[in-house]
Design a protein around this ligand. Structure first.
Ligand code: GDP
Ligand code: MG
Length: 175
């Protein structure tokens, strides 16, 4: 990673979505290229970082995890404060987690900056045989709401990197 004194921007990204959709694992995959099969609910860790280069600029992405506060409306506005980007995650095998995405987007509208860049991620794409959310439903919702959209897997790593990099590139265009 580049030396800290060379950092041009620090970008805050918040990861939200229902409990057990894989938020913490997606974050670990992006920040450390790790996946932990028997992860327990999140305790303690507030954010992880990864430094990347976009358009020749050194960008430190500070990616925040909800630390198990996913109950509806339990995530406080402090969590969203200063966020330039958000990743809303659902589980493609659990319809309810997709039905709740609209609520999470609503929370962003209430608590975050109007200029926040949002990406929707349907996680656990490796479990496609148990799919409960058709890709088209999510594409339609994302288009309606103006969100980026990816199906991804923290387990296989599929599209995790692409989803974060695309989000960070878009955030860079906004600053
Ligand atoms: P969080 O509550 O949203 O932070 O969810 P976690 O990251 O703790 O993951 C919840 C459970 O789903 C854990 O048992 C993970 O191992 C599992 N999990 C997370 N991502 C994936 C994935 O992409 N594929 C599969 N098959 N399981 C996953
Ligand atoms: Mg978690």
């Amino acid at each position: 990673a580049p030396a800290p004194d060379k950092i041009d921007y620090v970008f805050k990204v918040v990861v939200i979505g229902d409990s057990a959709v894989g938020k913490t694992q997606i974050l670990s995959r992006f920040a450390k290229n790790e996946f932990c099969l028997d992860s327990k609910s999140t305790i303690g860790v507030e954010f992880q970082t990864r430094t990347i280069i976009i358009a020749g600029k050194v960008i430190k992405a500070q990616i925040w995890d909800t630390a198990g506060q996913e109950r509806y409306r339990a995530v406080t506005s402090a969590y969203y404060r200063g966020a330039h980007g958000a990743m809303v995650v659902y589980d493609i095998t659990k319809r309810q987690t997709f039905d709740h995405v609209a609520r999470w987007v609503e929370e962003l509208k209430i608590h975050a900056d109007a200029s926040i860049v949002i990406t929707l991620v349907g996680n656990k794409a490796d479990l496609a045989e148990s799919r409960a959310v058709p890709t088209e439903d999510a594409v339609e919702f994302a288009e309606e709401q103006g969100l980026f959209f990816w199906e991804a897997s923290a387990r296989s790593g599929e599209n995790v990197e692409s989803a974060f990099l695309r989000l960070l590139e878009e955030m860079y265009k906004v600053v």
